[in-house]
Design a protein around this ligand. Structure first.
Ligand code: FAD
Length: 324
């Protein structure tokens, strides 16, 4: 029987939306793959009752409910995953595409002698093992993959808008992992705490993103986007140009060399819509573009477009939302 393992990420004790989305995606892949069994692994403290409520479909989640696993530790997490993969004879290990999986998955692939298929991976009707593919050359072509090893590791792109389904359609059992021992003496580094910038949301988790590019003019120009994001309860994102200029941190970069995002609502303000940027928003829901150039490529993918100067349009939009 083929067994899948989904690595579920938490941040500060809250199960990440991108991991819930990955779990749901893997349930679909399992259904396409002669009914493979889905198991999960969660490291760090999370309310156990909530886990079962949030995950749809059937399966078992192994929960390593240990305080010291709250922050991501490369070596501890590696040992935890490798031991469970061996113990449960896992055939395929799945991650949501994230900073953590970009760090952990390559390491696991070496240690487990596993095929690694990374970066925005999708599955067609063939399911596992031969149905995986992903867009390449900025979406101009599609590459399909067949793993060559007994164990495969995949990182999955988020589904469109990351709409989280109800768990009413199945039973997810949550079980503690066997107490997991390690010696901290041989850790090369220990992450004590990961702090996000004050009041900032992780763009990979956000339901609404207000992104800016060169058209914002300067780092000060992003104050408008911060105000709009705060009003909408969203996160600020940026094009690579804005990040390269030092206007915004790299954690906010969206696109091929930044993060893949899947908000329900995406604002692109002063962003031209280069293929490398669009690669990061393929799973976004509604796209709203504000650009002074009526021929900007972003309008080809936008559901709503406003031709105009961001410095004139955004204050009006903010004003209208405040009155709303
Ligand atoms: P521009 O392309 O310069 O566009 C600025 C837009 O703002 C224009 O459309 C203009 O009409 C509009 N504008 C100007 N002033 C105003 C105004 N006052 N009001 C309204 N609109 C205005 N890019 C990414 O974003 N993410 C990536 O991950 C990424 N990875 C890359 C990887 C590689 C290998 C390469 C080669 C490139 C990558 N790029 C990436 C860069 C990408 O090709 C573009 O250069 C970049 O996205 C352009 O950013 P931009 O849209 O902010 O700037």
């Amino acid at each position: 029987m083929t067994k899948f393992l989904v690595f579920l990420e938490q941040r500060e004790g809250v199960l990440k939306k991108s991991s819930i989305d990955a779990w749901n995606r893997v349930q679909e892949i399992a259904a396409l793959s002669a009914g493979a069994i889905v198991t999960g692994l969660l490291a760090g403290p999370v309310d156990r009752q909530r886990i079962g409520d949030l995950l749809a479909g059937d399966g078992v989640v192994y929960h390593a409910n240990e305080e010291r696993l709250r922050p991501y530790q490369q070596e501890s997490y590696t040992r935890l995953v490798t031991s469970l993969v061996k113990q449960e004879s896992i055939s395929a290990l799945f991650f949501a595409d994230s900073s953590l999986s970009r760090d952990l998955a390559p390491r696991l692939s070496v240690l487990l002698k596993a095929s690694l298929l990374s970066g925005d991976l999708l599955f067609n009707r063939q399911g596992y093992p031969d149905g995986s593919f992903r867009p390449v050359y900025s979406g101009l072509a599609t590459a399909s993959f067949s793993p060559q090893r007994n164990i495969s590791i995949y990182t999955l792109s988020p589904s469109r808008g990351m709409v989280i389904r109800s768990s009413a359609d199945g039973t997810v059992q949550v079980m503690p992992t066997a107490q997991y021992h390690h010696s901290s003496d041989n850790l090369l580094a220990e992450v004590r705490r990961i702090v996000l910038r004050q009041n900032s949301l992780d763009i990979a988790e956000a339901g609404i993103i207000v992104a800016g590019g060169r058209g914002m003019g300067s780092s000060a120009g992003f104050a408008l986007l911060e105000e709009l994001a705060a009003l909408l309860g969203g996160a600020v994102g940026a094009s690579r140009f804005a990040v390269d200029e030092g206007w915004r941190p790299h954690a906010e970069q969206i696109g091929q060399t930044g993060k893949t995002v899947a908000p329900q609502l995406y604002f692109a303000c002063g962003v031209s819509g280069a293929p490398q940027h669009l690669a990061g928003i393929a799973s976004a829901g509604i796209v709203v573009a504000i650009n002074s150039d009526p021929d900007a490529s972003i309008f080809q993918v936008a559901d709503f477009g406003i031709v105009g100067d961001v410095h004139l349009v955004l204050p009006k939009l903010i004003e209208a939302l405040k009155e709303f």
